[in-house]
Design a binder for this molecule. Structure first.
Ligand code: ADP
Ligand code: MG
Length: 382
């Protein structure tokens, strides 16, 4: 049996490239299940490095450390999509790697990602590629204003995005990002935003977590509520579209797909992440299997875990903004609340916009969970 199909049981060694919070939960879940864990990250203090048994402190393209990781681990996954594709190439000869390089490369590039989604039958917001100033006039003719210029690569949490109301705005915005490749995307009049986190195994079996309804503030995820208040038919459609994308890519691993829903209730592909996702953090407390256990299960060729929702939930992101100038947020208020489950990532410096942790608010229904999240948010900074 090839490296890629072998079932890896507890006691096997698993590795993750990237040491952020997503890697941290992968490691914690893997350790809970009795696996030996490795993390590769340049920072000694990274959230996942703090909790792993074995740490490789090195750049993501450090050939020697990658080889050590590959030799030590029965399987390796990633915690963020900007791991260099060559690094995955290097190790895939000697250990199991999931997701594969092809999917990761697509997810590194907004344009490739949108093209791929369209190729597999999904609809996107109208957009145009801008690779040089010469493309701007044609792009502005194709895409109605207001629009958003987004760098094709390396954007996250709204970074690398600028609002544009005219072709002159696009020119200025393109210059502002040093003329790196961008997409100009029409601003959608949003009814809501949904995301689907799913796992697809090597055998093609798919398990979709319950659809998340997301609210962003300043381009950063603020809350995720589950179940969504949208009609079941719309939620099914989102799951169906995400599954078609995963099948089209012959994807192996956990995949997150973000959707816009416009005023006509059209479900538009926004972007994908080849890994667990912030909007799936609610699964840590509210589903039988978490998205991180699912990531481990796919990596180890185990059966996918059940994704049933145990309780309505609202996840609230805790950003550095909640830290007062001196001291800590009001954790007392959170910890006094029976439905609130606090998660902190062990990050040192609390900067505005930095994701420091999250709170999963469980309640009898999603509106009550959302109200609790809002109340805790307002209490945190006092
Ligand atoms: N075309 C758009 N129309 C309306 N809102 C948008 C659009 N593009 C981005 N946004 C808003 O900004 C958020 C972040 O944008 P996104 O493209 O997902 O980038 P990131 O990689 O930073 O998450 C979205 O979730 C949405 O709230
Ligand atoms: Mg996004």
């Amino acid at each position: 049996m090839s490296n890629n199909q072998r079932v890896l049981l507890p006691g096997a060694s698993v590795g993750v490239i990237g040491g952020g919070q997503l890697g941290r939960y992968f490691v914690l879940e893997a350790r809970r299940l009795g696996y030996v864990t490795w993390v590769l990250d340049p920072s000694e203090n990274a959230p996942a490095v703090q909790v792993a048994e074995h740490k490789l402190i090195a750049a993501y393209d450090d050939a020697e450390s990658l080889q050590t990781l590959a030799d030590a681990c029965d399987a390796v996954t990633i915690e963020f999509e900007n791991v260099p594709a060559e690094s995955l190439d290097q190790i895939s000869g000697s250990t199991r790697v999931a997701p594969d390089k092809a999917a990761v490369e697509i997810a590194q590039d907004r344009h490739a990602e949108k093209q791929t989604a369209r190729h597999f039958g999904l609809t996107t917001a109208p957009y145009a590629l801008i690779e040089s100033v010469d493309d701007i006039d044609a792009a502005a003719a194709d895409v109605a204003f207001p629009a958003i210029l987004k760098t094709s690569r390396l954007g996250y949490d709204g970074k690398g995005q600028q609002n544009c109301n005219s072709v002159d705005d696009v020119r200025a915005a393109f210059e502002e990002v040093d003329s790196v490749p961008c997409v100009l995307e029409q601003r959608i009049d949003l009814h809501c935003e949904l995301s689907v986190v799913l796992a697809r195994g090597a055998d093609g079996q798919i398990a979709c977590f319950p659809v998340a309804e997301n609210v962003h503030a300043n381009g950063i995820l603020d809350t995720t509520r589950v179940p969504s208040s949208e009609p079941t038919s719309l939620l099914r459609e989102a799951q169906q579209l995400a599954s078609e994308l995963a099948n089209g890519l012959s994807y192996e691993g956990v995949l997150a797909v973000e959707f816009f829903v416009d005023r006509n209730r059209q479900v538009l592909f926004n972007e994908m992440a080849p890994r667990p996702h912030n909007s799936g953090h609610y699964t840590l407390d509210a589903t039988i299997t978490s998205q991180f256990e699912q990531q481990l299960r796919v990596l180890c060729n185990l059966p996918l875990g059940p994704v049933d929702l145990l309780s309505p939930v609202c996840m609230l992101n805790v950003l550095g903004d909640s830290w007062p100038d001196d001291g800590s947020p009001n954790w007392d208020a959170v910890l006094a609340e029976p439905g609130a489950h606090l998660h902190l990532y062990g990050k040192g410096e609390a900067r505005p916009g930095r994701k420091m942790g999250h709170i999963n608010c469980l309640a009898a229904d999603a509106p009550t969970a959302l109200a609790l999240a809002h109340r805790l948010k307002s209490q945190l900074a006092h």
